[in-house]
Design a protein around this ligand. Structure first.
Ligand code: ADP
Ligand code: MG
Length: 353
């Protein structure tokens, strides 16, 4: 196998800027140095050269001097409503290959309401929703309590706690005010889906007809060729239903190591097939590349019907606590191998191997 020069592009939490009135969880999406170094070392162990470069505004100079053949991109960036697309935009401009999804996908999927409009257009099941730019906008007639309020463009459970579940107008307005003020962005209000919490990770790229269209009818063949699905993971929230209710920020950060992750999740084979197919469909319609993770809830009041909550085209790759890594482990794919699977998928896509 050929050896390449690989720049690992990320934004470390310790390097993030500070500003007035910053939310406590402002940078919870960003990476720990240990994560980035473990990715660099995984790539080195496959015989490549690799260095970490902080993906800040000097990145073009750093890239010109390091001259990578390809970048392993996990940068989330700091500011702006399409921030995850910023580094890929620079890489496109400089014609440097990189792992993972491109500008349009990263800009789209960071914005949950925009993504849900695409999913709804394709007939993919996602909770009914309404986007609020102001806290006093009228609630659409079709929206029924309990509802769920979250920021439109954050991740890692930021802004999500027991208070996100709202049961009446008073709670709704209170939470809208908090989210819109704290995160300075529209709030997404969704039907609250009570039920199990499942996430499905994938590595690869779709090939064949599924890459061009979704089947029109339910019985059409489900072609997911090209994608490797990792075993679905369930987060067991039963000990936290009274304190957090959902997979909240506190659970995804401070308590991450204490949670019970069931992987593979105890699910019927047909349910796993359904989830994998839906995950592939979301991957396709949002134009993901190389890897992604799709979050679902199974509606306990509707025969465990799966609802798509969101797609993460930059899933966390912390060697200990990230969902995708836990899923890889359950399939016997350790962190080092998972990182190289993603890199090799991108190298193949660019025709470099
Ligand atoms: N409509 C909803 N109904 C029930 N729970 C939800 C809903 N939306 C989000 N959640 C809960 O909040 C968590 C985080 O929401 P998600 O949209 O996945 O955002 P993040 O980007 O922070 O992971 C989910 O894993 C789930 O536990
Ligand atoms: Mg999520």
């Amino acid at each position: 196998m050929k050896n390449f020069r690989v720049a690992v592009l990320a934004n470390l939490k310790v390097n993030a800027p500070h500003f007035d009135e910053m939310a406590d969880d402002q940078w919870d999406d960003l990476d720990a140095e240990s994560t980035v170094l473990s990715i660099r070392d995984a790539i080195r162990s496959a015989g490549h050269e690799a260095e970490f470069l902080e993906a800040d505004e000097y990145i073009a100079d750093a890239l010109r001097s390091y001259k990578p053949d390809i970048c392993f991109n996990i940068s989330e960036s700091h500011f702006g409503n399409s921030r995850e697309a910023q580094i890929p935009a620079i890489l496109e401009k400089m014609q440097i290959p990189y792992t993972g999804s491109k500008v349009l996908c990263l800009a789209l999927t960071l914005d949950k309401p925009m993504t849900k409009r695409i999913l709804a257009w394709h007939g993919l099941p996602t909770p009914d929703f309404q986007s609020f730019e102001r806290e006093d906008e009228q609630l659409d007639g079709g929206m029924r309590f309990p509802l769920f309020v979250k920021p439109s463009r954050e991740g890692t459970g930021m802004g999500i706690s027991l208070e996100s579940i709202v049961r009446d107008e008073y709670e709704l307005r209170k939470q809208l005010r908090l989210i819109i003020r704290r995160y300075k962005q529209p709030a997404l209000v969704e039907t609250f889906i009570e039920g199990r919490e499942i996430t499905v990770g994938m590595v690869g790229n779709l090939v064949g007809p599924v890459a061009n269209r979704l089947p029109d009818d339910e019985d059409a063949p489900r072609n997911t060729a090209g994608l490797t699905f990792l075993p679905p993971m369930e987060v067991d929230l039963k000990d936290y239903l009274l304190t957090d209710g959902v997979y909240a920020n506190r659970l995804k950060t401070a308590l991450a190591a204490d949670l019970t992750y069931l992987c593979p999740a105890p699910l019927e084979k047909t349910m796993v097939e359904d989830l994998n197919w839906l995950a592939a469909a979301v991957f396709r319609v949002t134009q993901c590349l190389d890897c992604a993770r799709v979050d679902f809830r199974l509606d306990v009041h509707n025969n465990n019907k799966p609802y798509i909550l969101e797609i993460n085209p930059l899933p966390g790759l912390s060697p200990v606590i990230s969902d995708l890594v836990i899923e890889g482990e359950a399939a016997g794919i350790h962190h080092t191998e998972l990182v190289n699977m993603i890199l090799n998928t991108a190298l193949k896509r660019y025709g470099m191997i």
